[in-house]
Design a protein around this ligand. Structure first.
Ligand code: RIB
Ligand code: CA
Length: 317
């Protein structure tokens, strides 16, 4: 039975969990990856773009990597070297890029893919939402060509960079606000689900044991990513970004609710908070699919299954 492919743009700030999300996406026959776009977040734009090009080389993705905005729409940039290291993707050696950076900006690339696609396009955005926000501002006429914006960002119960705000949304609250008020379908994988998506060392030893070049790289990304998380007291790696990929293909293992969500822009303590109307108090119609839970074991099993697909993979290190 032939699997129906959906056109996809991967937008992110790799970043270890972005990188693992892209391995997941590349392993899925359901996805036709049309482009990769990068945004400053975990590290500077130059570093995450170089990382994105190396991940594309590792995965033999024959797609252009287009550099996005170096700074948020209306904020100063925040980066996260404590989690991802000086390079933004510290740990295993990666192949050098196989292709030059695209001559197009991320916004131009996103617009080109949307304009040229006969079908609606899925955007999987796992960093600050800056590029998507800029796209919505620059090309409102292309909103109708977006199937869904599947985001990793926010948190209904709590933040992780401030008590109220999750990192991606805090970096660019205005971009997130534009998304939720765009009328475009949004799927939100916030900390409510991603802090349940915990991968334990014994889980990523299963991946290492697969003994193919991609699985080995993923295991070594976990090794590094877990260093700071363990210092914070986590017993496993909270694997944020892959939730925004897997929830599109296997929604059955996730708990997905219809909520009205908006983003706080001006609170002294709450700027960047994603505020969800869980009880329908505001009377606003739901504007997003909020992913709030998952079957952790099935999540891990799908991750292992994805890495196993790279059996016999050739990588030029
Ligand atoms: O808060 C977690 C998010 O911030 C993840 O997307 C991680 O990669 C960083 O971008
Ligand atoms: Ca990310």
């Amino acid at each position: 039975m032939s699997i129906k492919k959906r056109p996809v743009i991967l937008d992110g700030d790799p970043g270890h969990d972005d990188a693992i999300a892209w391995v997941l996406a590349a392993s899925m026959p359901e996805f036709d990856i049309k482009a990769i776009t990068t945004v400053a977040g975990n590290q500077t734009l130059a570093k995450v773009t170089y990382n994105a090009r190396r991940i594309a080389a590792l995965l033999h993705l024959d797609v252009e990597v287009a550099k996005g905005r170096a700074v948020p729409l209306m904020s100063d940039l925040i980066i996260a070297p404590n989690f991802h290291g000086e390079s933004g993707l510290d740990g295993p050696k990666l192949p050098e890029p196989e292709h030059p950076e695209s001559s197009l900006s991320a916004i131009e690339m996103m617009a080109k893919v949307l304009q040229e696609s006969e079908e609606k396009v899925t955007i999987i955005a796992t960093g600050p939402q800056t590029n998507v926000g800029a796209l919505l501002l620059t090309h409102p006429e292309l909103k109708e060509k977006i199937e869904v914006i599947s985001t990793m960002g926010g948190g209904i119960r709590n933040g992780n960079w401030t008590p109220a705000a999750e990192f991606n949304i805090l970096v660019d609250p205005e971009a997130s606000y534009l998304e939720y008020h765009s009328g475009v379908p949004v799927q939100m994988c916030g900390l409510d689900v991603t802090e349940q998506a915990i991968v334990y060392p014994e889980d990523w030893e299963r991946i290492r044991a697969l003994n193919n070049p991609v699985a080995k790289t993923v295991a070594e990304w976990f090794d590094f990513f877990f260093i700071h998380l363990s210092e914070l007291g986590w017993k496993g790696a909270t694997l944020h970004d892959p939730c925004a990929v897997l929830s599109l293909i296997h929604p059955e293992i996730f708990d997905i609710r219809d909520y009205y969500v908006t983003t706080e822009l001006s609170g002294l303590y709450t700027r960047g908070e994603t505020v969800a109307d869980v009880y329908g108090i505001t009377g606003n119609k739901p504007n997003c699919k909020a992913v709030v839970g998952l079957d952790r074991q099935k999540f891990v099993d799908y991750l292992v299954e994805a890495c196993a697909k790279f059996e016999g993979w050739e990588v030029n290190l």
